[in-house]
Ligand binder design. Structure first.
Ligand code: PLP
Ligand code: COI
Length: 363
């Protein structure tokens, strides 16, 4: 059934951050630390459906200790960015893809589904009221948007909640990694898996990230910033990193990436593959074993690897470390395919390269 788009009631923050505070944050935003003045909330109940859409001052939630999300992790989220162009306008990148993925995630977690239109309108509401928080053009920064949905029923029975809440918060964001000029080193988790067949691997739900934290600590302890997961069944095939997809580049320009139904279908990865395919590269979506990568680098057939995602953008992978071996990617220079594709993608997002595919939505 189609329902009319929701309308949003707005309560302006009576005490927004001062311009001075905001400018200080925008000068050095980091990632996920400083939030804007407002947030979006839309409530859902099994009887009323989506209702009470609103923009309010950013602030803490009141959660009953029996709230289902605190016990059974019934939660999904998204991540996308708003980019400022040189003419001052603000755009998001393929937001309808995030809307569709949120619906897929919600379906898997037995949460209600929100329409594309309500999702994009909610983004527009928040970015419009907090426009001053969108970083200036040309600095490699953007406003990171975090839509999420939680079970919001006070009930300890293990069943899907009858009430839920969708929200969006936003934070100015620079680089996700500690040193954006350096390739990232990643750690191969030999002990832990991220997701198995039939599980929640393809959904963007908090539980997947909770499961990645212990192996990520192991990565940190070994001087790496991300963990690489292999498939759970055979412990042999590349899946993805804790918070990004992985792509390998061959000496002949072939671009390959794992095919798996237990990884997050990344919008950045999809866009990258479409761009490189259009530029004449062969693109392979298939199972790739860790041995194939290792042997490919040793024989010179594989020359680059990169991580990609909204937060990570495109970051070359320097080294893969494991308890038993390392893989050192030979190419991490500025003229690598990773860096060229990064320039093209960020050029589109920032309005410096023509948006031939209609990927941008002006807010
Ligand atoms: N894989 C995981 C586990 C992620 O958290 C992300 C980031 O959202 C991605 C892949 C990349 O997805 P996207 O490019 O849509 O941001
Ligand atoms: C994103 O890229 O949007 C994510 O959610 C991944 C996380 C590492 C922040």
């Amino acid at each position: 059934a189609t329902t009319a788009p929701l309308t949003f009631a707005t309560t302006r923050n009576p005490a927004p951050a001062s311009a001075e505070t905001r400018e200080a944050v925008l000068a050095d935003p980091g990632f996920g630390k400083h939030f804007t003045d407002h947030m979006v909330t839309i409530d859902w109940s099994i009887d009323e459906g989506w209702h009470d859409a609103r923009v309010e001052p950013y602030g803490p939630l009141q959660l009953d200790p029996a709230s289902a999300v605190l016990h059974y992790g019934q939660e999904v989220f998204e991540g996308l960015k708003a980019y400022r162009h040189a003419d001052g306008s603000v755009h998001t990148f393929r937001p309808e893809r995030n809307a569709a993925r949120l619906r897929n995630s919600a379906h898997r977690l037995a949460l209600p589904e929100l329409s594309d239109e309500d999702f994009v309108n909610a983004i527009r509401e928040l970015v419009t009221i907090d426009e001053a928080w969108v970083p200036a053009a040309g600095e490699g920064k953007a406003l990171y948007l975090r839509p999420f949905m939680i079970a919001y029923e006070n009930f300890l029975g293990v069943r899907s909640a009858h009430t839920a809440r969708f929200m969006i918060i936003a934070c100015p964001a620079g680089s996700y990694f500690s040193d954006p000029t350096k390739p990232v080193d990643i750690w191969l988790s030999e002990e832990y898996s991220r997701a198995g067949r039939g599980g929640t691997g393809a959904a963007k739900c908090g539980g997947n990230y909770a499961a990645s934290l212990l192996p990520t600590n192991e990565a940190y302890a070994n001087g790496c910033e991300q963990v690489l997961f292999l498939d759970a069944a055979e412990e042999k095939y590349l899946e993805e990193l804790g918070g990004m997809n992985i792509v390998l580049v061959g000496a002949d320009g072939t671009v390959s990436t794992p095919l798996s139904d237990s990884i997050l279908p990344g919008i950045t990865r999809d866009s990258v593959l479409e761009l490189v395919e259009a530029a004449g590269h062969r693109v392979e979506r298939r199972r790739i074993s860790i041995d194939e990568w290792r042997e490919g680098v040793a024989s010179g057939e594989i020359v680059e690897a990169f991580a990609c995602g909204t937060a990570a953008v495109i970051t070359p992978i320097g080294m893969l470390k494991s308890p038993h071996f390392t893989i050192e990617n030979p190419r991490v220079d500025a003229d690598s395919l990773s860096m060229r594709i990064r320039a093209k993608l960020t050029g589109i997002q920032n309005g410096e390269v023509a948006d031939e595919r209609g990927w941008l939505t002006r807010l």
